[in-house]
Design a protein around this ligand. Sequence first.
Ligand code: GTP
Ligand code: MG
Length: 312
Amino acid sequence: MTDNLPNWYTQPARPTAITHQGPDGREVQISVIVPCRNEGRNIRPVLEWAAPHADELLVVDGHSCDDTRAIAAELGATVLLDNGKGKGDALRVGIAHASGDILVFIDADGSHDPRDIPALVQPIIAGNADHVSGSRMLGGSDELHATINQFVRLFGSQVITLSINYTQGVRLTDSQNGFRAIRAEVARSLALESEIPTIEQEMVIKTVRSGYRICEVATHEYVRSNGESNFRVLDVWFQFVKSWLYYLFIWRPPRRTAGRVNAGRVNTGSVNTGSVNAESLEQSGNIAEETNSPGSHKLSGPGEQIPKARSR
Ligand SMILES: Nc1nc2c(ncn2[C@@H]2O[C@H](COP(=O)(O)OP(=O)(O)OP(=O)(O)O)[C@@H](O)[C@H]2O)c(=O)[nH]1
Ligand SMILES: [Mg+2]
């Protein structure tokens, strides 16, 4: 059986390496983090097209039974193993190991087009946002409406997004997308706890409630290229509801972060406000040092760990 290529995989030539410079001329380092489990049929084009945008390409594998790790290593990614608890665990392992200034999360199933990475990181590089979420509501999706399962996911996701907007005075359109970029210091300061895909909404809610600046960029969501979704609403809906209510109404941001940067103000869609508050950068750095890193296991077997990410 021939595997499908992602719909965005249209050009025969891969893009050349792209460097990212901040307003001060300093090169900003991008770590691209790819959570994956049994994505051997999908991950190759994702990594090929993400690599030119990455100074560091981290693949966090959920103990795949197929050749996912071998393909990732062959393509120059650093391969890490998660703790076997889920996608949230995988993202936390990636955050703990990443060395870049900006972290980009992208799924391995072909749902996201790596060529959108520059648009995702641009508002952060320009100093206008701390966290940029890809939005399927702005960019469209091939996956949201086709089945009852997808309809329930969409409905739940919209309720959660609306509740964030109304309680926090922001105007987001998508709080669940796995395709996003965040300043590394901010990601660490959020002290993320989720083990499963609730990590996306935890990241969004904590960002907003901590007073960091979030915005959205239109990104299209494609149908996964091959294989079955890992996501089963019936298994996880309760954890989504629990995490949503907890982080939105009970969790309190640490006093040292609350209300620090444009508290609760979000510049959605277009980002055009001033530069990053210098105090916030400094404080985020301090907070990052106090944050516990989740455990992880870095592969060391032959052919499974290649330190260099950038393919130029
Ligand atoms: N490391 C790791 N990655 C995971 C795990 N579960 C899912 N992933 C990856 O996370 C990404 C998103 O997966 P899910 O959120 O489960 O959603 P999905 O399977 O893509 O669902 P659909 O988009 O509806 O097909 C994919 O790249 C998965 O391979 C896990 O337990 N560990
Ligand atoms: Mg997907």
